[in-house]
Design a protein around this ligand. Sequence first.
Ligand code: GLN
Ligand code: ZN
Length: 757
Amino acid sequence: MTTTHILGFPRIGAHRELKHALESFWRGEDPDATRLQDTGRSLRARHWQAQREAGLAFVTVGDFAWYDHILTLCATLGALPRRFGFDARALTLTQYFALARGNADHPAMDMTKWFDTNYHHLVPEFDEHTRFDGGVTWLLDEVDEAHALGHAVKVALPGPLTLLWLARWDGGATTDRLDLLPRVLAAYQRLLTALQRRGVAWVQVDEPVLCLDLPEAWRAALPASCAALQVEGLKTLLALPFGSAAEHAEALAALPLDGVHLDLVRAPQQLPAWLAAWPRDRVLSLGVVDGRNIWRTDLRRVLTLVREAHAAWGERLWLAPSCSLLHVPVSLAPETRLDPELRSWLAFATEKLDELHLLARALDEGAPAVAEALAQAEAAVAGRRASPRVTHRAVQRRLAQVTVDMAQRGRAFAERAVLQQQALGLPPLPTTTIGSFPQTAAIRQTRAAHRRGELSAMAYLHRIRDEIRLAVREQEALGLDVLVHGEAERNDMVEYFGEQLFGFAFTDHGWVQSYGSRCVKPPILYGDVLRPEPITVETTRYAQSLTERPMKGMLTGPVTLLQWSFVRDDQPREHTALQLALAVRDEVLDLERAGIRLIQIDEPAFREGLPLRRSDWAHYLDWAVRAFKVASCGVRDETQIHTHMCYSEFNDILPAIAALDADVITIETARSAMALLDGFGAFAYPNAIGPGVYDIHSPRVPSVTAMTTLLVRAASVIPSDRLWVNPDCGLKTRGWPETRAALANMVAAARALRARW
Ligand code: GLN
Ligand code: ZN
C-alpha cells in the first residue's frame, strides 16, 4: 500500500474559526480561554478526521499553533526572548500572545516572511543565555488528543537548523547562533524521546533551510543535527520543502535518517539526483501536489513522474503535497458563487487530500481501477488549457510585440528632472503621502453596502467623491505639495485592480493565514490579463479637478499584482508579469492623457519576489525590472513616475532598484532611523528618494524635531535636491486625528529645513 501524508494542514479553519476565537479572547470576551481552547480542539479534530477519511496513513500533529508555529516551537523548547522574563514551562496563553503581539512593557517579537511564502513567522531571539531547557507541553497534549481519537500520528516539527537560521542573534559579536546548536539538539532529543514514549512512530522534521544557499559552517552541522534526531523506536522523515536540496542528497544518504521528503513541484529537476543517491531501504516521500497553489493536479503526469521511484522503492515510496497546506484555503465546498468551469480547475487543501487518495489508489490498484476519476482530473486540466477564458489572442499577440523601447524612458533622469520641475514647480523637499488615508468605519460601510447591492452605483460614486473631497481639503489645509485622492474606494491594493481586469477571479471564503489571526484572500489569476477599460482615471481626474496642486495617480505594479495572487502555473511567471505590466501601462497612459502629471506605481512586493537561491536572482530581477519598466516607461519625460516599496533590505538589490528608473522612490526607513538609506548613498543611487520620516504602524505622533533630525540625516547621504518628504507607507490603518497631527509636523519639518538650507 502506498503511504500518503501531508506536511501540515491550514489551522485557521474553513470559516476562520481560529481567527474569531483569538480575537474574542484578545478582546477579553473569553477570560478563561474556554472558547479558544474548544475552537482549537475542534479544528484539530476536524482536520485530522479529514486526513483519515482521505485514507492518509497518519494524521499530522504539530502543525497547529495558536499564533505561529515558530513561536510555539520556541515555547516548547524553552527558548523565549529573555526580555519578557517569562517561564516557558509555565507559559500562559496571555503570555504567549504578549510575545507575539507585544504588551505594555515590551514590543512584540519581530515578524518576517516564512521563506518565499506570504506567511509571516515570528523571529526567535537567541543569545548565549538561551537555555532550551524545556517549556510548554502542548504538543504532547495534542498527540494524546489525536491518539484518543484513534488516529495514527506523525508529528511535524521545524528542524533545529531551520530554527537557528531564522533566529536573530542578540549575543556577543564574537559568537554566533550556530554555537547554540548542541543545546538545541539536546532539547530536540528530549522532545523526541517524550514523543516516542507517547507512542509516536514517525516524526517529520522540516528543514527548508537546506533549500537555501547554506554557508559552509551550516552544512558542516548537518551530520550532528541528523544524528541528534535519532531516538530509539522513533523514525525520522527529513522534509525539504520550497526548493531543491539535490546538493545534499549524497551527504544525507550517509546519515542516519529513515526518510526524506522532496518538493517536486518547486524543484522537479532534483529527482534524478535523489533516485541515484537515496537508499532504497529508506522512505522516499515525493511532494507532487502543489502545496502553495490552488490548481487541480495533473494526476496522470504525476503518475508518470513517480513511476521509476515506485518501481524501485515500492511501499517505501510516499506521496504528499510539496509543502504544508498552510498556504492554501481549506475547502472549495463553500465557493458556490465561483464560475463552475473555473471551479472545476481548482483544488484547495481538502480537495488535495482527495487527490492524494486517488494517486495512491492508482499506484496500488493500477490506473484502470480509478480510470473515471483520473479521466475527470485529466479533463479538468485539459479543459483549463484549452478554455477560451484563459487565452486571449489579442493579449498573446501584444506580448509578442513588446519592444525594448517600451521599457525605456526618453531622456535620462537628470534631464527629465528638469522638465518635470518646470512642469510641476515644486518647492525643495516636496511633501507627499503614499496614497491611502484613514479607512474610516463610514468608508468601510459604504463599500460593504455597495458590495451587497444596497447602494446604487450613482449613490456609491457620490459617497466616494465625498471622501475624495474630504481628503483633498485635509491635504490642502495641511499644506502638502503633492496630493493623493486617498484610496477610499479600495479594499485592497491587489483585489481592487484584479476585480477590473480580465484573467482574475475571486473566492468568497478562500482565506489563507498571513500571521496570527490575520488572513488574506488572494485573487486567482487564471488567464491572460486584459484591461477592458480605464480603472482609476475618472476618480483621479475628479480628484485633480478639486485642487490646483498636482494630484498623484495611484496604481499597483505588475510584480505586486503577481506576487500577492495565486497565479497560473501553465506559463512562466515572467509572462504573466508582462501581461500585467501591459495592463498597468495602458492605465498609466490613460492617466497621463487625463492630465495627471505624477503617477505612483506601488511595488511593495518587489523584494519578496526574490528566489531563495542567489543563482536565480539575476533572472528574476531581470524580468521584474522589465515588467515595471514596461508598465511605467510609456509616459512623456515631463510625467513623473513614482514607486513605493515598504520592505527593508534593499542593499543587495540596489542595481535593480536603480534600473527601475522611477523618478522618485518612496521607501520605509523611519524604523531604521534612516540607516536603510546608507546603502543608497554608498551605491550613489541616481534618482530621487522619499525616505519615510515616520512609522505609520504606530499611532504615535512624531515631533517636528524628530522628523527634522531624520531629514538632516537623510540629507547627509542623498543630496537634498533629490529628497522628498513623506511617511513610511499608506495611512489607511490610522485615525484622522493622529494622521493630521503627524502630517502637520511633517510639513513643518520640511518647511523649517527649506528655510535653513
Ligand atoms: N498606495 C498604498 C497605500 O498607501 C501602498 C500600500 C503598500 O505599500 N502596502 O495604502
Ligand atoms: Zn508601503
